[in-house]
Design a protein around this ligand. Structure first.
Ligand code: BMA
Length: 337
């Protein structure tokens, strides 16, 4: 596979594990691709909530035009957040079971936070009338869920801050304003809510033009980590080149997904303190550049800050498997201060 130009590499502060921590083979139910996972520490364990697309394989996709027949969201638990993952026997949400509401097609890309004693999920929600961002609550035994709110299309990649700020819930989000900006030029916004239902007082946080290596779109990644210097915040950033050819299962895949880093104000996170001007994480291992469904994609949805100063970053690689990278909080802050 020729290298995607211009070359982009992960920062040396990022320590990637060389193989995926979860693959489709690990799941106890049908799976073609398992990726984009949110993670929290909950009751002494790491709880992962991941996306699973199922119903085809590379040969059938490329040669027989067999597309995926469903998307589910599933749960796994581990004692150390690295290995020994135990999977619930059935998915939490399955696109083929959401028949009560014929409007909803599927949920995916889950991000999880715990706010006080509530487990809250942000989910992308495809509907017959557009892509919406949904907020849902998970029961404390992690077995059931209920939808709290869903915004109007086109908006997704919502991520909640892990605590109320100035008495309000706060989320990052990424609307898709095609009329005002032309082809994909999508930015990161912030909205506030008294109750997780009514969202407003929206403000622009970061424009795609503020990310030097992105020429297409940016969006929230994982729930920000609170530090005494501000909210340490990952975002995804996309560069696109329409001359790129086959990179994965599809005939042509022209985008590359990387992750950037910024610091947001502790008391008003619509204010950006600083943005690191190079990618923090780029697709640079074979499982990210030469294998899988959509190559040259890394897509973080989970960050866990450990007491010893380490941060675990969970990301989807090539839209195919779940990978883990580690970094140190103070080193990441040194890139921003
Ligand atoms: C985004 C989302 C993610 C996916 C990424 C790369 O737009 O759909 O779920 O990982 O594209 O395909």
């Amino acid at each position: 596979m020729p290298a995607v130009m211009p070359p982009l590499k992960s920062h040396p502060f990022i320590q990637k594990r060389s193989s995926a921590i979860i693959t489709s083979n690990d799941l106890p139910y049908e799976s073609s691709l398992v990726f984009n996972a949110g993670v929290i520490k909950y009751r002494g364990e790491y709880v992962m909530i991941f996306r699973n697309d199922y119903g085809t394989d590379r040969y059938s996709y490329e040669n027989l035009n067999h597309r995926f027949c469903g998307t589910s969201v599933g749960i796994a638990r581990s004692k150390n957040g690295i290995d020994g993952w135990r999977f619930d026997p059935t998915p939490l949400i399955d696109s083929n079971d959401i028949q009560k509401d014929p409007e909803i097609e599927r949920f995916y890309d889950p991000r999880i936070v715990q706010i006080e004693d509530r487990l809250l999920l942000c989910l992308a929600m495809d509907t017959r009338h557009g892509i919406r961002g949904a907020i849902a609550e998970l029961s404390e035994d992690l077995r059931s869920w209920r939808l709290i709110s869903a915004g109007v299309p086109e908006n997704r990649n919502m991520v909640l801050f892990s605590e109320k700020i100035a008495g309000e819930y706060v989320r990052l989000e990424r609307p898709m304003p095609v009329y005002s900006q032309g082809r994909d030029r999508f930015d990161i916004w912030l909205s506030r809510s008294p109750d997780l239902i009514y969202w407003g007082r929206s403000e622009l946080v970061l424009g795609v033009e503020d990310v030097p290596w992105a020429n297409d779109k940016i969006g929230p990644a994982a729930a920000p980590v609170k530090t005494d210097k501000g909210w340490l915040t990952l975002f995804h950033a996309v560069d696109r080149d329409d001359t790129r050819g086959k990179n994965g299962w599809e005939k042509q895949w022209t985008k590359r997904y990387t992750a950037g880093l910024m610091l947001l104000d502790l008391y008003d996170p619509s204010k950006v303190i600083s943005v690191y001007k190079e990618p923090l994480i780029a697709p640079d291992m074979p499982i990210e550049t030469d294998e899988g469904f959509r190559e040259n994609v890394i897509f973080p949805c989970g960050m866990v800050a450990e007491k010893n100063g380490e941060i675990k970053i969970y990301y989807g690689a090539s839209d195919t498997c779940v990978c883990l990278a580690c970094a140190k909080t103070d080193e990441l802050l040194s890139l921003l201060l």
